[in-house]
Design a protein around this ligand. Structure first.
Ligand SMILES: Cc1cc2nc3c(=O)[nH]c(=O)nc-3n(C[C@H](O)[C@H](O)[C@H](O)COP(=O)(O)OP(=O)(O)OC[C@H]3O[C@@H](n4cnc5c(N)ncnc54)[C@H](O)[C@@H]3O)c2cc1C
Ligand code: SF4
Ligand code: SF4
Length: 544
């Protein structure tokens, strides 16, 4: 027999326009509702304890909570159900705060009552969902041995997990090997590289494989089977998680104009021998990319280094100079104070002509309000950071997407900035965002910590068959496999003659897309089945 308890909360008095006693009165006659409770603090410990004893004492076997958004508090109420020995999936919530009280003025009580009626109808049909603990491999694969990859591996080893670091070049370091200085960090790239390589070689928990590549990736979170080819042999290893740290490349416009038009990277190299740097140097920002954090930082720090080392005359040509990294505003002011001249360019493109060894630069300066002509010995063009073009990785790790600029696409740029849309696969460093060096280090440490959180217990609790495919109904059209954004559906053999699609519980994110799209209606998403959704709709407009 279904015994539903309805718990209504006014969220500490923040829901003022609903007539709660009237709702309680209506519910006293509703079928299957054994108990109704009005509260002001249901999510706080006092409210939770009261809820727990009501469930136990009343022998309730379905629970409806009418309060705030489930997004915020559903997990708390699910825990109360579990403490009462009930399955957490027999909870149904009505969001009478954001979706009712705070959003409407007219007949708010009527709408709240209708939402509660919908939740009650659904609660009647809810079924428990089982949970199972699946053992997982605790080792982590890090692809890319630049600053991000090395730091991720180092952080993992500090957390007590084993890491395998795969670098396709003969040595670790990536772009770090080319940098002449860091933006905003006290140490030098050389020192950083040396200390990281030392830490990695001394750690018993990091296996660094150089001149190595990934040739196949199978499986899912907790149990990826990966083939790695390097130095004439291929090995197969199991990993619980993967961190992609493949970095970026760069691109410059205009350097083909003359030998004394060079890139920021070449200029940083030249600065290692300041005696070779000529007297008048012009640096361009915004030519390759108007919004590049890295090219702005590169121009500012190289201009400062030049002024400090040689006292050359330095001009910076830019459109909209923007700085947003730690210490970057200070760097900009220092560069100005050292006597570097800034020219704010208008709409008209700068004209550059070659006159023997000299470069003639003609620009429209918005602040002076007139055209300026300058003669330079050397021009330095900005570099647009581009994602490393490695179609191989994308083929090997399906469903890890790219954003509109070609960088790896994060699951959610604000909430999960280092997570990919596949569980257990993370990003670190320049492969997914244009980051300054300090942020690369933090990013890599975050990726390591996320992998640690998932894998450190050695097992992961998953809901079993919350989303389930009925093999008798599956027509093997593969629509669900194509559309699942999390690569969580595989084809399995039912018997010698038949195959079916099957959901991998560990990889499934519970988004429900497959259940909505299956043309054979073979996929059931518990809590959102056709019957449950229809029963909710039936409650709209009908009196309790
Ligand atoms: C043009 C430019 C100039 C910069 N100048 C400066 C500067 O002067 N100062 C500063 O502080 N920061 C600078 N930066 C930023 C700095 O480069 C980054 O903060 C940092 O180096 C990024 O580290 P990373 O590990 O993400 O990438 P990377 O250093 O690019 O490392 C990625 C590594 O992954 C490897 N890899 C790629 N694909 C695979 C694969 N499939 N399998 C195995 N290995 C793979 C690569 O070989 C490489 O070693 C600059 C960036 C750019 C683009
Ligand atoms: S979409 Fe439906 S019918 Fe098609 S393979 Fe998936 S479960 Fe089977
Ligand atoms: S609910 Fe379906 S589409 Fe969504 S992650 Fe799970 S299997 Fe993929």
């Amino acid at each position: 027999m279904v015994k539903i308890g309805v718990f209504i909360c006014d969220c500490g008095g923040s829901i003022r326009n609903i007539d709660f006693p009237a709702i309680k009165e209506k519910l006293s006659n509703a079928p299957d509702v054994a108990y109704t409770n009005l509260s002001s603090n249901l999510c706080l410990s006092q409210g939770q304890e009261a809820m727990l004893s009501c469930i136990r004492d009343g022998g309730l076997n379905r629970v409806v909570v009418a309060a705030c958004s489930p997004e915020l508090k559903e997990h708390i109420f699910q825990q109360v159900l579990e403490s009462a020995g009930l399955n957490s999936h027999i909870l149904s919530m009505a969001n009478i705060r954001e979706q009712c009280s705070w959003a409407h003025q007219m007949d708010v009580t009527g709408k709240a009552l209708m939402q509660i009626g919908m939740a009650i109808n659904k609660a009647r049909l809810l079924e428990p969902v089982g949970r199972r603990e699946i053992p997982v491999c605790r080792d982590v694969l890090v692809i890319g041995g630049g600053l991000a990859g090395m730091n991720a591996a180092h952080e993992l080893s500090k957390l007590g997990l084993k890491a395998t670091l795969v670098e396709r070049e003969p040595s670790l370091g990536g772009r770090l090997r080319e940098l002449s200085g860091f933006y905003g960090l006290e140490t030098s790239p050389g020192e950083m590289l040396e200390s990281m390589v030392k830490a990695i070689s001394e750690s018993g928990d990091i296996e660094a494989l150089t001149s190595a590549r990934i040739t196949s990736v199978e499986g899912e979170l907790g149990n990826f089977s990966v083939k790695i080819k390097g130095k004439g042999k291929e090995i197969t290893r199991n990993f619980g998680a993967i961190i992609l740290a493949t970095g970026y490349e760069s691109f410059s416009y205009g350097i083909e104009l003359a030998a004394n038009v060079i890139t920021q990277s070449q200029f940083a190299d030249l600065l290692k021998s300041p005696e070779k740097v000529p007297q008048k140097v012009g640096l361009f920002i915004d030519i390759a990319d108007e919004h590049s954090r890295i090219s702005t930082l590169a121009a500012l720090s190289n201009a400062l280094a030049l002024k400090e080392k040689t006292g050359s005359e330095v001009y910076i040509f830019c459109r909209n100079l923007k700085v947003d990294s730690d210490g970057a505003e200070r760097l900009y002011r220092e560069v100005r104070n050292k006597g570097v001249l800034f020219f704010k360019l208008g709409e008209k493109p700068p004209q550059i002509s070659v006159d023997g060894d000299q470069l003639r630069v003609q620009v429209e300066d918005l602040l002076l309000g007139k055209e300026v002509v300058l003669s330079c010995d050397l021009l330095v063009m900005d570099e647009k950071p581009l994602p490393r073009r490695d179609p191989e990785i994308l083929k090997l790790i399906p469903k890890v997407g790219l954003d509109s600029t070609g960088f790896f696409q994060e699951e959610n740029v604000h909430l999960y900035p280092i997570a990919s849309n596949r569980k257990g696969i993370f990003f670190a460093g320049g492969c997914h965002a244009e980051l300054d060096t300090g942020s690369v280090l933090v990013d890599a440490a975050n990726a390591a910590l996320s992998a640690y959180e998932l894998l450190s217990p050695g097992k992961i609790a998953v809901e079993v068959e919350k989303v389930k495919i009925d093999p008798d109904k599956c027509r093997m059209c593969l629509t669900c496999i194509r559309t699942c954004p999390h690569d969580a559906i595989r084809v399995i053999q039912v018997n010698t003659e038949r195959q079916t699609a099957q959901i991998v519980d560990l990889a499934c994110d519970g988004c429900g897309i497959c259940a909505a799209i299956c043309p054979a209606r073979a996929i059931k998403f518990e809590g959102y089945s056709d019957e449950q959704m229809l029963s909710e709709i039936e409650a709209i407009g009908s009196a309790l």
